[in-house]
Design a protein around this ligand. Structure first.
Ligand code: 3PG
Length: 205
């Protein structure tokens, strides 16, 4: 199985797709792909999220489509069936980590503390989501744990935007940052797809 970061290639941002309908999700994903992005994350926070993953994979087969906000084993099975290429979780439990490790799909388990980093490491994960990043100590926290958790790298999300993303990306133990700022709900509601493309281009520089 490829590592999470190798699947991302040179992409250093992971934009979140939150869609009310599969059609809307496809438009958001198209706008992100137009910014030359190779991977996006569809969060399971809307009723149509699974159908959105399937629709994006059907219409944009070259795009890697991840499923985010995966909370338990049942959701792992459901997103794999829907066609997801990778999984992101907001937090971790031993049960969830075991299921992710056995699922054979690239996964980015969520952590917010040193103990959770160790728990994820014990299950074989060395690339982790740090969430909610800004509220849990931000870039200074990640910097301060770099020497103790050598070999672990992070994709922080939560409160990240164009103005602070480089504070994270400048750290050697951060391989990408994620978030919703590249597809603001009002742009999605108004069908302002070009704004999404422009925000993704700016963010991925
Ligand atoms: C996530 O699921 O990672 C968060 O919703 C991202 O947080 P943001 O909305 O502050 O970018």
């Amino acid at each position: 199985m490829p590592t999470f970061s190798s699947m991302m290639g040179d992409q250093t941002i992971l934009p979140i797709v939150q869609a009310n309908t599969p059609e809307q999700g496809v438009e958001i994903a198209k706008a992100m792909q137009a910014a030359n992005l190779k991977a996006v994350e569809v969060v399971l926070r809307t009723e149509q999220a699974l159908a959105t993953i399937t629709a994006i994979k059907e219409q944009l087969p070259d795009l890697k489509v991840g499923a985010g906000t995966v909370l338990d084993e049942g959701m792992i099975d459901a997103v794999i069936k829907a066609g997801a290429d990778f999984i992101v979780t907001p937090a971790s439990t031993p049960k969830l980590l075991k299921a992710l490790a056995e699922s054979n799909i690239p996964a980015l388990p969520g952590v917010a503390s040193g103990s959770e980093v160790l728990m994820a490491r014990e299950h074989g994960f060395s690339e982790l989501k740090f969430f909610p990043a800004e509220q849990k100590g931000g870039a200074p926290f990640i910097k301060s744990i770099s020497s103790v958790f050598a070999g672990i790298s992070f994709c922080p999300t939560g409160g990240i935007h164009a103005g602070n993303k480089d504070d994270y990306l400048n750290l050697p133990n951060v391989f990408a940052v994620g978030g919703t700022w590249m597809a603001k709900p009002e742009w999605v509601a108004n069908g302002e797809w070009q704004k999404i493309t422009d925000a993704c281009i700016e963010a991925n520089q």
